[in-house]
Design a binder for this molecule. Sequence first.
Ligand code: NAP
Length: 456
Amino acid sequence: MNRPGTPARPLCVAVIGAGPSGFYAVEALIKVPDLNVRVDLFDRLPSPYGLARGGVAPDHQKIKSVTAVYDRVAADPRVRFFGHVKLGIDIMVSELRERYDQIVYAVGCESDRKMGIPGEDLKGSYSATDFVGWYNGHPDYRDMSFDLSCEAAAVVGIGNVAIDVVRILAQDPDVLAKTDIAAHALEALRKSKVKRVYLLGRRGPVQAAFSPKEIEEVGAVERADLVVDEGELRLDVVSQQGLSDATARKNYEYLVNAAHKGPGTKELKIIPRFCVSPVELIGENGRLAAVALEHNELEPDGKGGVKARGNHEYETLKDVGLVFRSVGYRGVPIPGVPFNDRAGRIDNDNGRVAPSEYAVGWAKRGPSGLIGTNRACSVATVAAMMEDLKADRLAVRNVDPSPDATPILLSAKGVQTVSFAQWKAIDKLELENGRKAGKIREKFTHVQEMLEAAAK
Ligand code: NAP
């Protein structure tokens, strides 16, 4: 029998998920010297790029330009894109195992963590993931609606996602109108009555997870003041030691400068609060009206870090009609694939999930790191795949290596797949529609619309 990876028998790899980590895995595979490989890249949406399309904020177009690299990867003749194919519905893990020597799960973290406090399910309380998907025109969130008629909103968590949400809430809609923000979101944001946006960190400014560039962008929103109370910036001994970290110091210095500027006179206020945890979301007539906070003290966590502990002092933020929890993403288990429930990601050992099965990106590491972090992560997993291939550690399977095996299966099931060329046709129409509307891109926000555009 011919060994997989040879000219007579190319290695057949399925990569599930066409976000950054999936594309970097494909890129790493086609760059392996002397490897004969055929890669099928699947995505449940007709569009590729994952969070580079559905997560990166619309006013961060420069970050999105990374998709040009992914386009070059997709253009390689050894690579095929199968858009609009849902794992577990249109194709089963068992069917992949019959058709591919190796499988790479690049499925990211599609859900989010909960705060676990009373009132979390009230109308007006959402996950940041929902809001991000909605303003980015992701089809899953297309039909959500956010009532922005309240005076104040609070974002829980102080990572970069929280910062994106704060910025989009505060940004002048005329600025967003030129981007690729979804039309439905722009329309709602134009009617927004929100005047105060709280950013709630359970730990202090030195432990903030946002990056300096992100907080600087918040401070640069023209129609909003970043209002920092000096009292929020008082540091305990442990936090003072934390200032030896360059990123923490930069963040802290920026906030100190903002505090010196005072509250300002602009119509909108962005108010960071530190060492506070929501303990209850309070409703009125069935919808969110206020947030009860407990103040925290910081103490060593015994692992070299710092943790927050409630000190039984409470306060209530009034007139808060919207809360976005932005306390981290979480993976969704795939039937038949081991899952680490505590970590909220696929169970794996440095990318190895099971014989011949691997993980990359957030599915492997959990929800951390920037887009570029995924390149090294995928390169490392592909190195493990090559080690296993060379050492004959592939699972014993009767793989059908024919390039037709998957298209035949999907067509027999009546799945309308979208090829990369078809995606580029959708892309072209989105860009054209954007030009007509005076913006970078007008996204199709319904899967059906994309399929119709692909069929043209
Ligand atoms: P993140 O960076 O892990 O931040 C999560 C935040 O939630 C932290 O402030 C964390 O506080 C807080 N938190 C967790 N559990 C909490 C709880 N029960 N109560 C209150 N607060 C809680 O996650 P993320 O913001 O979702 O971002 C995910 C990744 O994407 C990050 O690596 C981020 O840098 C990246 N990203 C980058 C950009 C960009 O570059 N523009 C944009 C978006 C996302 P503790 O620190 O106390 O745990």
